[in-house]
Every structure is written in structure tokens, then in C-alpha cells.
Design a protein around this ligand. Structure first.
Ligand SMILES: NC(=O)c1ccc[n+]([C@@H]2O[C@H](COP(=O)([O-])OP(=O)(O)OC[C@H]3O[C@@H](n4cnc5c(N)ncnc54)[C@H](OP(=O)(O)O)[C@@H]3O)[C@@H](O)[C@H]2O)c1
Length: 268
């Protein structure tokens, strides 16, 4: 699996990770077991960056992740998120403690502010984050759905830690991050974690030239992930609970397209 540096931390994370929205919202035991198996297969294939959040399936996503990483905590990089309803300093610390309990681990690798909340000063939130870093509960601080201005504010609110990433929606059909967020992150060496990189499963086959798929023996979904991660600053976290999709996604960046091919896809 291709890897990328997380921000300027020196830490490598896989270009293709695992999203977990809807994971944990199982209807029965066999569905839960299938979700755990799918995540374990993804980890085995090198998609060891697992993105979850306290709000996903009311915490049950984190519980399914706990089961999937059991016995292999040191081989995975867990990214979770604190809800925008818990952004006061002490709320951040308490939310993290609950996530740690559900995840069955003593630390979260990357803890992200899920959405900005203009009602809470960012200094409050980042004070909670820094306390979590100080006490070893989290390793890195990130944000999600932050504009450039909000990201810059979050960075200056941190006294001792660096902000390492901004998680935003980014795919062939959702490109607004290209206007400002991605250029800013590239310039400042923050990672962009691309969410919904498969357009929530609605792969726009018509936008992806079949000759590119044929030439590289990639499916349209693989080309979509390959395209979304063509820049060094971007990693993607497609979600799948389907073993075949997990395998397909894991080999999406086994080859790289040429600049001309990327450009042709982007302008169709
Ligand atoms: N920070 C935020 O505010 C935010 C917002 C949204 C999402 N996220 C994160 O980003 C992750 C990914 O985003 P997402 O779940 O919204 O959308 P996504 O990854 O773009 O798409 C997921 C959908 O695509 C299907 N799929 C997966 N692999 C496929 C393949 N190879 N071919 C065809 N279909 C495929 C999945 O179905 P199967 O399960 O059947 O494969 C699922 O329905 C989330 O799970 C979550 O961790 C974060």
C-alpha cells in the first residue's frame, strides 16, 4: 500500500484508509460480524487508517472498530472525531474518554473536531485537545469541515501541538475543496483526508474514460480513488462493508495514472 506523510509529523499513513460511517448500524448479528470481517480484511490489505467518530451509529461504529482492531492495535492508525456538541474544554476530554472506552484502547492516533461550532471559541476546544495530547490520550490533533480561515484559527489556538490535518469532502463530483482548502493544506503541509471519495457509492461512470480503466486494469471506483489521491497531500477514506469492495479499494493506487490522464478525467 502506498503511504503518505501525515502533515509534517514524519508518520506515514496509507493513501487509502477505511471509512466507517454506517458501520455499527447493523440490523442483526451476522451483519455485525460481516462489518468486523470487512474491516479486518481492509487492515490486512494495508488500509490501516480507520476513520470513525463518536456520533457514528451513536458510538456503535467505534465499538465495531474495537472488535476489528482487537489483537492488532499497534498495526492500525485510529482517527476519531469529537462532535460539534462537545467542544468546550472539559467536554472534549470527556468525549475522548468515552470514545477510548468504546474503542477498547488507551489512545487515539488522530482526534479531529468533527465540525466547527462558532458558538464555542476554538481556544476552548484546542485547550482540551492539548490536554489530551499531554496526557497521552491522543497523538495528533486534526479538524474536519473547516474553512481555510477556521483552520488557521485552530492552528494559532494550539500552543504546543501542531494541527496535522483537515478532513473534507473531496471526490470527482465534489471538488469545492480545490478552490482554497487543498492549496492551503499543500502550502502549509497539512494532510487532507478526503471523505466520501466515492461520492457515497454513486460512482459517476460516465466521467471516467473506459480506456483509462482498460489501460491500467482498474475499475471506475478504483480510478475515482486514484484520481482523488493524485496529490501528495491527500489520503482517502472510502467506506465499505463489502469484502469485494474493500479489496477493490485497497488496490486502487497500486498503479498511478499519468498527469494527462488525471487532467482528462478532471475535465470530462
Ligand atoms: N468528516 C465528516 O463530516 C464526514 C462526512 C461523511 C463521511 N465521512 C467519513 O468518510 C467515509 C467515507 O465517506 P462515505 O461513507 O460518505 O462515502 P464513500 O466512501 O464515498 O461511499 C461509500 C459507499 O460506497 C460504496 N462502495 C464502497 N466501495 C465501493 C466500490 N469499490 N464500488 C462501488 N461502491 C462502493 C459503499 O457500499 P458498500 O458498503 O456496499 O461497499 C457505500 O455505500 C465515511 O465512512 C466516514 O468515515 C466523514
Amino acid at each position: 500500500m502506498e503511504t503518505r506523510e501525515l502533515g509534517r509529523t514524519g508518520e506515514q499513513v496509507p493513501t487509502i484508509g477505511l471509512g466507517t460511517w454506517e458501520i455499527g448500524a447493523y440490523a442483526n448479528e451476522s451483519e455485525r460480524v460481516a462489518q468486523v470481517r470487512a474491516l479486518r480484511r481492509g487492515i490486512e490489505l494495508g488500509c490501516s487508517l480507520i476513520d470513525t467518530a463518536e456520533v457514528y451509529a451513536n458510538g456503535r461504529s467505534e465499538e465495531v472498530v474495537a472488535e476489528a482492531i482487537s489483537g492488532q492495535r499497534e498495526h492500525v492508525f485510529i482517527a476519531s472525531k469529537v462532535s460539534q456538541r462537545h467542544l468546550q474544554r472539559d467536554e472534549v476530554i470527556e468525549a475522548c474518554a468515552r470514545s477510548l472506552r468504546r474503542l477498547g484502547t488507551t489512545y487515539i492516533d488522530l482526534y479531529q473536531v468533527h465540525w466547527p461550532n462558532p458558538g464555542v471559541p476554538i481556544r476552548e476546544t484546542m485547550a482540551g485537545m492539548e490536554e489530551l495530547v499531554r496526557t497521552g490520550k491522543i497523538r495528533y490533533v486534526g479538524v474536519s469541515n473547516f474553512s481555510v480561515e477556521q483552520t488557521a484559527d485552530a492552528r494559532s489556538a494550539l500552543a504546543k501541538s501542531e494541527l496535522v490535518s483537515n478532513q473534507v469532502e473531496y471526490s470527482l463530483v465534489s471538488r469545492s475543496a480545490e478552490a482554497a482548502v487543498i492549496p492551503y493544506c499543500e502550502r502549509e503541509r497539512l494532510s487532507v483526508i478526503a471523505y466520501s471519495p466515492l461520492a457515497r457509492g454513486r460512482v459517476p461512470v460516465g466521467l471516467i474514460p473506459s480506456e483509462v480503466c482498460d489501460r491500467h486494469r482498474l475499475t471506475p471506483a478504483q480510478v475515482m480513488l486514484n484520481w482523488a489521491t493524485r496529490k501528495e497531500s491527500v489520503v482517502a477514506i472510502p467506506k465499505s462493508a463489502d469484502m469485494r469492495h474493500i479489496e477493490e479499494n485497497a488496490s486502487a493506487v497500486s498503479v498511478r495514472l499519468s498527469k494527462e490522464e488525471y487532467d482528462a478525467i478532471g475535465t470530462r
